[in-house]
Design a protein around this ligand. Structure first.
Ligand SMILES: NC(=O)c1ccc[n+]([C@@H]2O[C@H](COP(=O)([O-])OP(=O)(O)OC[C@H]3O[C@@H](n4cnc5c(N)ncnc54)[C@H](OP(=O)(O)O)[C@@H]3O)[C@@H](O)[C@H]2O)c1
Length: 335
């Protein structure tokens, strides 16, 4: 089969299109003929091998353990392992091809990928393969931030910083689906799109600092994490919640060893001493994530925002496009 292969960590030039063997499914896995996959900053991290901590978190110490990048995909079931009960050949599915976190290669940038049964769901009937492939990783972190950590409620004022990217466009639509009043912050070009997906107010971060406006929010979901904690606290109500997703801005805003995790550690130290909920640690509901997103998509409450699609051979260019910060919503690979 054709696949994008990465034999070592490094620049995007390490990615090559090659013929390799099809994966062999384990008993609890499903072999999927991939029709579309998507790109996220997490893929960039594993191509680069940065921050270094990801190498000891399972990505592979000296070189990637799995040489084929990509985690999010949609396609058709080709065959199933002997313990698989929920799927059969021909089913149209979507999901995430990694077990656990996204900081290792999942093999999705290929014609076939082997995926644990529990990481798959039937594709929402109203989405194309390209749209469905855009959902998993970004949709999961959006759901986790708003529902589990943020405990969002109808009528609350929610601000999303960095709303126009892959994760933010899901957070905006989810917050609206939960009945919140949504303020979306991003750069000038992305504001019209943010209004079109439901943002009640938009703020251009190149013109205005939302932490200096005197407005207070019940919940801030922060993607870039580019302000100090005291700035964020000033923009929160007395009992408000701050959730940091974190973005290394492709190495520009974080250290090479632990990336933006440093910010999270700092906030953990401060959080017991303030009235607001800072990055609340809660148990994440992971089992129902795909099902919840699928239901909201089929009810028309969430529609993935696709910036652009690239063919499999142009994966390096697709990641470069994301890295330049030009993408509105998700960048998708067609296979
Ligand atoms: N922990 C997890 O399980 C998990 C899961 C998924 C994703 N993530 C992480 O989530 C992060 C976000 O991913 P993403 O796909 O949304 O990235 P993305 O598509 O690059 O979006 C980031 C957005 O932030 C905006 N931005 C940049 N600087 C800003 C600033 N100073 N103020 C406000 N907005 C700013 C960008 O706009 P401009 O470029 O126009 O400025 C862009 O729209 C990544 O770091 C990823 O690793 C974590």
């Amino acid at each position: 089969m054709k696949a994008i292969v990465q034999d070592k960590y490094g620049s995007l030039d390490v990615l090559k299109l090659r013929e390799i063997d099809k994966p062999v499914v384990k008993d609890d896995e499903v072999l999927v003929r991939v029709h579309a996959a998507s790109v996220s900053p997490d893929v960039w991290h594993v191509v680069r091998g940065l921050p270094y901590v990801l190498r000891i978190m399972g990505a592979g110490l000296r070189k990637p353990r799995n040489s084929v990048p990509g985690t999010d995909m949609a396609g058709q079931v080709e065959s199933v392992g002997q313990n698989v009960t929920r799927f059969q050949p021909g089913d149209e599915v979507f999901g995430e091809s990694v077990r656990g976190h996204q900081w290792h290669n999942g093999g999705a940038y290929a014609e076939y990928v082997s995926v644990p049964e529990r990481a798959l769901a039937l594709k929402p009937a109203n989405l194309t393969f390209e749209q469905a492939a855009a959902v998993p990783t970004s949709g999961f972190i959006a759901l986790q931030s708003l529902r589990d950590q943020g405990q969002v409620r109808a009528g609350q004022k929610v601000l999303i910083n960095g709303a126009g990217g892959g994760v933010g466009t899901f957070v905006v639509q989810l917050a609206k689906a939960y009945g919140a009043d949504v303020t979306a912050v991003d750069s000038t070009r992305k504001l019209e799109m943010l209004r079109s997906i439901g943002a009640d107010q938009v703020i251009d971060y190149t013109q205005e600092d939302f932490t200096q406006r005197g407005e207070r929010y019940d919940l801030i979901v922060d993607i870039p994490g580019n302000r100090s904690l005291s700035d964020y606290r000033r923009a929160l109500t007395a009992k408000g919640t701050y959730v940091l997703i974190g973005h290394d801005l492709f190495g520009a805003s974080a250290g090479r060893w632990i990336g933006s995790m440093r910010r999270v550690f700092k906030q953990l130290v401060v959080s017991p001493f303030v009235s607001q909920r800072i990055n609340p640690r809660v148990s994440m509901k992971t089992k129902d994530r795909l099902a919840v997103l699928k239901e909201l998509i089929e009810a028309g409450k969430i529609t993935p925002v696709i910036d652009r699609t690239y063919p499999l051979s142009e994966v390096p260019e697709a990641i470069r496009h994301l890295e330049r910060g030009h993408a509105q919503g998700k960048v998708v690979i067609t296979v």
